[in-house]
Design a protein around this ligand. Structure first.
Ligand SMILES: [Zn+2]
Ligand SMILES: [Zn+2]
Length: 347
């Protein structure tokens, strides 16, 4: 049987380059993809740290683009040779959440995600259900195509926020998610500022022409008050997972807070009376939701400056080295400053 290279998550702290048999189409609705490119996500880092749900012996990688090389007997909408991006979150289509359009709350969403609970794109080949595949236009290259699902989550955020042209926007955390929100905000809002602690990512924010503050060096509440002529932010996007309290201090009366970053180890204290008194809108949301096609459209029309987004493109065989740049020492599982925004592996 023919073999392929794959980066396999064995257990917490252990990602291994293995030689695995190339998977074969078995289900009638499956396609076999020859993976072209795959991004490394903060979620992959969290899985390795044991801070995200996981399944041992799984090929990681959920941000990928590939070419269809084989199709199951019931596949009707794709053909061999099609180039597609993946929505890695498989929604059942039958639960009441799916059937009422709230697909991000599908009761099965956590059981089957590609690259988390079943084999994903850190491999030369991957089996994917047909309905998870989105054909790509030529204007989106293989590198950008890895970020369709990432943008789809952010588009869900934008749909929820309903950002207005006169809004003041503050984004806490300038990782890939903060970056994408900042690009939209620059296009739409009156004024936007971001916060970040890693020097590399601060330099990327500056390269994008953004106002950026390091919360370890300045008082962000003071800064946002000054920046907005005493008003504070109409919208605070919390893209770190650990700064909800900070976000609530930075938002103006009647404003919106979007807690977007995820870290299940974080607890926060809120004063319910203040949320009521200041009419604060806290808007939770999860993943993308009917937003893959909109994300493709946005990239196709080049609506976002994606140049400084991609720090590095490396081969799969060097993938293990990338985690260091993403702030995780694999040997000790200790955190370190990040020296990359997004790293993509090319197969
Ligand atoms: Zn991701
Ligand atoms: Zn469902």
């Amino acid at each position: 049987m023919d073999k392929m290279n794959a980066l396999v998550f064995k257990e917490v702290g252990k990602l291994v380059l293995e030689h695995k048999p190339i998977p074969q189409v078995k289900e009638p609705d499956e396609v076999l993809l020859k993976v072209k490119t795959v991004g490394i996500c903060g979620t992959d880092v969290k899985i390795l740290e044991g801070k995200h749900h996981f399944r041992p012996n799984t090929v990681l990688g959920h941000e990928f683009c590939g070419e269809v090389v084989d199709v199951g007997t019931h596949v009707r909408h794709l053909k061999i040779g099609d180039r597609v991006s993946i929505d890695n979150n498989i929604r059942c289509g039958f639960c009441s959440f799916c059937r009422m359009g709230l697909t991000s709350q599908c009761v099965e969403i956590k059981t089957s995600a590609l690259g988390v609970m079943r084999d994903g794109g850190f491999a030369e080949y991957c089996l994917v259900p047909e309905k998870q595949c989105y054909p790509l236009p030529d204007e989106i290259d293989d590198i950008l195509a890895t970020q369709v699902e990432t943008l789809a989550t952010v588009v869900n955020g934008m749909n929820t926020l309903l950002m207005l042209p006169y809004d003041y926007v503050l984004i806490l955390g300038f990782g890939p998610i903060g970056y994408l929100f900042a690009q939209f905000s620059k296009n739409i809002a009156a004024k936007v500022a971001v916060t970040e602690i890693d020097p590399f990512r601060i330099s990327v924010a500056k390269e994008c022409g953004l106002t950026v503050w390091n919360p370890n060096e300045v008082d962000v509440v003071e800064k946002i008050t000054e920046f907005t002529y005493g008003r504070k932010a109409d919208i605070v996007i919390e893209a770190t997972g650990n700064a909800l309290e900070q976000a609530l201090k930075c938002v103006t009366p009647g404003g919106k807070v979007l807690p977007f970053g995820m870290d299940s180890s974080i607890l926060a204290s809120v004063v319910p009376n203040e949320i009521t008194r200041w009419a604060t809108k806290i808007l939770g949301l999860y993943l993308g939701q009917n937003t893959m096609v909109p994300a493709i459209r946005i990239y196709q029309e080049k609506r976002l400056n994606m140049k400084p987004f991609f720090t590095n493109v490396i081969p799969l065989t060097e993938g293990l080295n990338a985690f260091d740049c993403l702030g995780l020492d694999l040997a000790t599982l200790q955190h370190k400053p990040k020296s990359a925004m997004k790293i993509v592996m090319k197969l």
